[in-house]
Design a protein around this ligand. Structure first.
Ligand code: ZN
Length: 418
């Protein structure tokens, strides 16, 4: 393994575990005086597949062109792996002994649910990773709002509920269709399910997000007045709704942070045009807000099956992981704020909730304060988000440089001063 070779050469101690073939986790530790609990940097090494023919360059070729490094994982999240490795080696060479150990976890399997990665480590080898504070992906990018720029600190993430819908019906010749076919049954349930009203709610992380926006000096006064009124009064739905209904990716993202969501991601039925299939299925990826549990939500989904179809349609839960959050106020948050103040004086930190899922979920289970924070320089905006899991994923060399510098400064601040 590439990382192991470098660490061996530099004399940085590490341990590895391979829960299944090819799924290696490597955890390195730079020893401090142990006066305080460790600080952890986490990077998952696995990536999602890439459609080679749709890319400008080989997705696994690490080609540099016009100041950008092209490659699957350059933004999700091998940049963090490279930065963390650089920090480990640099601090080792400097030979200092901070009050905290620095742990760097290079983990497998995040894109497949973490079972062979961070979830495995937390369950089987918690002492390898147990830390007071930790950072992983999910934030650190610059968000322009109301004429100001903010640097996102991801303090919470939604829960994941994957559900499979099975419908079984009468097969037969397609020249004589019946309403009891599996496909008709499935479509009837999906019809009402995808039209479910999903109410907006302001969870603590998003309340912290708007509270930051509403602070003096953070936004124009009209916007601050609006936000303060929104946080204070009832009728939240009426006030928030217009913000989420505008067309465009930002509104969709905001809506996903303020309500439970249901995405229909897979449909399967049939083998031939003139054969009515006896079964049909649909997969739903539902994401639940912090504070929500899957039980009542599943009941809402089940209520979408028309009374007369109940016998023939059933739900199967494929994955159920609750939402997770760390406090939006902490010594780690303040350390990030001070570091941002230095490197991006025009911006301030803003806590936020990601609709996605990260390794932070598992680390929080053992009481760690975990944030999503990989620093990106100001001009990168939010455009890069569509490149993650997309075609031509790439990172600017400027961002690699900036991220490494800021993360190094932040790591030193946490190791020595917090
Ligand atoms: Zn990722």
């Amino acid at each position: 393994m590439y990382i192991a070779r470098i660490l061996e050469k530099e004399g940085v101690p590490f341990q590895t575990v391979e829960p299944s073939p090819g799924r290696i986790n490597l955890v390195a530790r730079l020893e401090g005086t142990k006066a305080k609990r460790p600080f952890l940097l986490n990077a998952h090494l696995d990536v999602v597949p890439a459609e080679r023919e749709k890319w400008r360059h080989n997705p696994f070729g690490a080609v540099v062109e016009d100041g950008y490094l092209y490659g699957r994982g350059t933004l999700d999240m091998k940049q963090m792996a490279a930065m963390a490795l650089g920090i480990l080696v640099t601090l080792k060479r400097e030979g200092t002994k901070p009050p905290r150990d620095l742990i760097v976890a290079f983990v497998a399997d995040e894109e497949a649910g973490c079972g062979m990665g961070s979830a495995y480590l937390v369950a089987r080898n918690p002492d390898w990773v147990d830390s007071e504070f930790g950072l992983t992906e999910g934030g650190g990018f610059v968000l322009p709002i109301l004429g100001k720029t903010f640097v996102t600190v991801c303090v919470a993430e939604k829960g994941v509920l994957w559900v499979r819908l099975h419908a079984s019906g009468k097969p037969g010749h397609a020249s004589v269709p019946t309403p009891e076919s599996a496909t008709s049954l499935l479509v009837r349930t999906l019809g009402s399910l995808l039209n479910l009203p999903l109410p907006l709610a302001l969870t603590p992380p998003m309340r912290a997000f708007f509270t930051t926006l509403g602070k003096k000096g953070q936004s124009p006064w009209q916007a601050r007045a609006f936000i303060r009124a929104m946080l204070r009064t009832k009728g939240l739905e009426r006030r928030l709704l217009p913000l989420t209904l505008k067309k465009g990716p930002d509104s969709h993202a905001l809506a996903a942070m303020l309500r439970n969501t249901i995405a229909l991601t897979r449909l399967e039925a049939g083998v031939k045009e003139n054969v009515i299939p006896s079964s049909a299925r649909a997969d739903l990826d539902c994401r639940l807000l912090p504070g929500e549990t899957s039980g009542p939500f599943l009941e809402t989904l089940k209520a979408c099956i028309p009374e007369e179809d109940r016998e023939y349609v059933r739900f199967e839960v494929l994955q159920d992981q609750g939402a997770s959050a760390s406090p939006a106020e902490s010594p780690l948050y303040r350390a990030i704020g001070k570091t941002i103040e230095h490197y991006l004086p025009e911006s301030g930190p803003i806590p936020f909730l990601t609709p996605g899922f990260t390794d932070a979920h598992h680390y929080r289970k053992i009481g760690m304060t975990m944030y999503g924070f990989i620093p990106m320089e100001a001009s990168s905006g939010t455009e890069f988000v569509r490149l993650i899991h997309g075609h031509d994923e790439r990172i600017s060399l400027k961002n690699v440089d900036f991220g490494a510098t800021v993360l190094m400064a932040l790591t030193k601040r946490i190791l020595f001063e917090v």
